[in-house]
Every structure is written in structure tokens, then in C-alpha cells.
Design a protein around this ligand. Structure first.
Ligand SMILES: [Zn+2]
Length: 237
């Protein structure tokens, strides 16, 4: 049985929106941090279109504050892509930005949305995270910072509500469920949307998901992943 030890890792979650890391991988980040790993969250979009029914004028600024508060609770470095919601695409600009962010943070492990995700921004983030995981270690791709010596390993994260995602393995996050809930609670602009007819109650969805993944894996709470098996992004654990 695989026994994960994150102590020497630098783990970077690359997500599309300000609350995605909380929903899909915060327990694993917390566990990595507990082991002694350095952890970061890269949020590619500003979250500027996640409007509650009573619209907030300065939503992007509100969400930046919510995200910072959550990252502080976790002890994670926060990296911002600053793209507008709904505009994220795999392309030269996004790749160059993310390659430079990787070269600054120097991840040994990247957690990214899977290609089969339900949300177009998540799928674009997935393609970008994958492309950057190759180019960050390629000296021919010039950015401000030097190329990394080796490409990071990549794990695909679960999807919201687990639709269409076939887990490869589970990370036991039973000791970090309260922290994961506290981090999500920082995103009040989104939790307030739980009453909107067109939006899902996030805290309840998240609890159901880590309990279900936990039940599948025989623990109180878990997050599901699948390892990217591509050349130089696969690693033995
Ligand atoms: Zn999202």
C-alpha cells in the first residue's frame, strides 16, 4: 500500500477559480503542509463573474480578500493569474504566465483540474497546467526566471460532485476536515449563493464529496486523484 510522505515536496495547486482549491484539494494541501512540505495555490481567474443574486460591485477584490484569508489559514503561498472568468484558454499568453509562475515557485508536484471537468475554465486550466509542467523545464522557453531542472509530477484532481472522474487513488484527509471547512467558509460571497436557484450549496456539496470519497477508501474523509502518466510527469511515490 502506498504511504504518502510530502515532507520534501513543493506542492502547487493550479485551479481556475478562487474556491476550487478548497473544494477539491485543500485537505491534501493541509496534509502536505503538516508533513513539512511547502505549498502554494495558483488561482488563474479573478472569480469576477461568480455574482450572488445581490451583485457585489467590487466582486474581484472581494474574492481576492476571501482567497487570501483562506490561503493564510492553510499557510499557503498565493499566486494569482488575474485572468477574467470565462476567458481562460490554453494559448501562448497563459502558458508563458504559468511557466514563469512554476519557475518562481519550483513545484515538485502540481495538482490540476482533469481534462474531463465540467467547467470550461477548469478544462482550460487543466490544459495550461499540463503544458506549463512540460515547458517550465525546457530551456528553450524563455521567461524571466531560469528553467527548472526537472518537470513536476502532476496529479489530476476530482471534479465537483465527482461526475465523470475515475479515481486512481485517494488521500486520507480525515485529520484536516475542519480546516478544509474553515477555508471554504472564507468564501462568503459564494456561500451566500447557496440559496440561489441557479447555484449549489457549496459547503454541503463539499462535505458529501469528502465523505463519499472517504467511504470509498475506508476512511472518514478523502480526496481523490489520478496521477498523470506522461513522460517526465510521472513519478514513483
Ligand atoms: Zn471553479
Amino acid at each position: 500500500m502506498m504511504r504518502l510522505q510530502f515532507k520534501a515536496e513543493r506542492v502547487l495547486a493550479v485551479v481556475a477559480h478562487p474556491d476550487d482549491a478548497e473544494l477539491l484539494c485543500a485537505g491534501t494541501l493541509a496534509r502536505a503542509r503538516h508533513d513539512g512540505a511547502t505549498i502554494g495555490i495558483c488561482v488563474l481567474c479573478r472569480g469576477d463573474k461568480g455574482q450572488p443574486s445581490q451583485p457585489l460591485k467590487n466582486l474581484a477584490a472581494v474574492r481576492r480578500r476571501e482567497t487570501s484569508a483562506s490561503a493564510r489559514l492553510l499557510g499557503a503561498e498565493l499566486l494569482l493569474g488575474d485572468f477574467a472568468d470565462g476567458t481562460l484558454q490554453d494559448g501562448p499568453a497563459g502558458r508563458a504566465k504559468l511557466v514563469e509562475l512554476y519557475r518562481k515557485f519550483k513545484p515538485t508536484l502540481v495538482l490540476a483540474h482533469p481534462a474531463e471537468d465540467y467547467h470550461p475554465d477548469h478544462r482550460a486550466a487543466s490544459a495550461l497546467a499540463d503544458a506549463a509542467s512540460w515547458f517550465c523545464a525546457s530551456r528553450g522557453h524563455d521567461t524571466h526566471s531560469p528553467a527548472l531542472v526537472s518537470a513536476p509530477a502532476v496529479w489530476w484532481m476530482d471534479t465537483m460532485n465527482m461526475n465523470g472522474f475515475e479515481p486512481g487513488f485517494y488521500v486520507d484527509i480525515s485529520d484536516f476536515l475542519a480546516l478544509k471547512m474553515q477555508m471554504l467558509a472564507c468564501h462568503q460571497s459564494q456561500l451566500s449563493r447557496g440559496k440561489d436557484a441557479d447555484f449549489s450549496p457549496l459547503a454541503e456539496l463539499m462535505r458529501l464529496q469528502f465523505r463519499t470519497r472517504g467511504m470509498q477508501a475506508g476512511v472518514d474523509g478523502a480526496e481523490a486523484f489520478r496521477a498523470h502518466s506522461a513522460f517526465k510527469r510521472a513519478r514513483a511515490w
